[in-house]
Design a protein around this ligand. Structure first.
Ligand code: PEP
Length: 253
């Protein structure tokens, strides 16, 4: 059975002290993780090492960087390489979040380079895809998302793709309070899995966790995660509130 994952995306929020306090509060709330469930904290670069240390020994709880460079190494001031992240024990990296695509002009081709480096260094990508409102209104969301996958992931072999996580995040639902209905989420997740099946076969497609992201909160997590092709969530705003995120963790299948 594929992994069910609650992934937090703190974005550019919280000081280290605030982040540690949030984690203390969260870990103090009873939550149970089965063997098949994971919690991932997507935290700012400067806190990766200290939060990783803080979480040491906790079963099925991991840290993710929110980005990585598409360059291997060298004269790229301000960039953080995949090799650097690997060297400090980071487990996952969020790739292609819509905010990075929109504000930092990340293209599908650049994301393919990041994905290649992740595979090479053994870091697991949480690869984000999802359409803007105009595309949803035009009814072309399926082909749009399919193209994102084709251009950034489909050069990989089945073996290389194993262990990757995909996050479907409709842009119109991120940070807006407007969640996709569970039917809309299931429809797109089933489409993504069908596209993966056509390219890689059903064994690989059924092993890949596909997370939903877009205004997930305690009140809607159970219904969304209950859909057959939804394997958890990538959570922004609600991951900054201990009680909310604990309830989201407890909503995993
Ligand atoms: C996100 O940051 O990926 C996200 C889905 O944010 P929010 O939960 O706040 O919509």
């Amino acid at each position: 059975m594929r992994k069910q994952i609650a992934a937090a995306n703190w974005k550019m929020n919280l000081t280290l002290e605030q982040g540690e306090a949030l984690l203390n509060d969260l870990l103090a709330i009873p939550h149970t993780l089965t063997e098949n469930q994971e919690v991932v904290f997507g935290i700012p670069f400067p806190y990766l090492t200290s939060i990783k240390t803080k979480l040491a020994g906790k079963t099925n709880i991991y840290v993710a960087a929110q980005n990585c460079s598409n360059k291997r190494s060298g004269a790229y001031t301000g960039e953080t390489s995949v090799e650097m992240l690997k060297s400090i024990g980071v487990d996952y990296v969020i790739i292609g979040h819509s905010e990075r695509r929109e504000y930092f002009n990340e293209t599908n081709a650049m994301l393919a380079e990041k994905v290649n480096l992740c595979f090479e260094y053994g870091l697991k990508p949480i690869f984000c895809c999802g359409e803007a409102l105009e595309i949803r209104e035009a009814g072309t969301q399926n082909s749009f998302v399919e193209n994102q996958l084709i251009e950034s992931l489909f050069h990989l072999s089945a073996e290389q793709l194993t262990g990757f996580v995909i996050a479907y995040e409709p842009i119109w639902a991120i940070g807006t309070g407007k969640t996709a209905t569970s039917e809309q989420a299931q429809e797109m997740h089933a489409h993504i899995r069908a596209v993966l099946t056509t390219k890689y076969g059903s064994a690989i497609a059924n092993s890949i966790s596909i997370l939903y992201g877009g205004s997930v909160k305690a009140a809607n997590a159970k219904e969304i995660f209950g859909q057959p092709d939804v394997d958890g969530g990538l959570v922004g705003g609600a991951s900054l509130i201990a009680e909310e995120f604990a309830a989201i963790i407890n909503s995993l299948k």
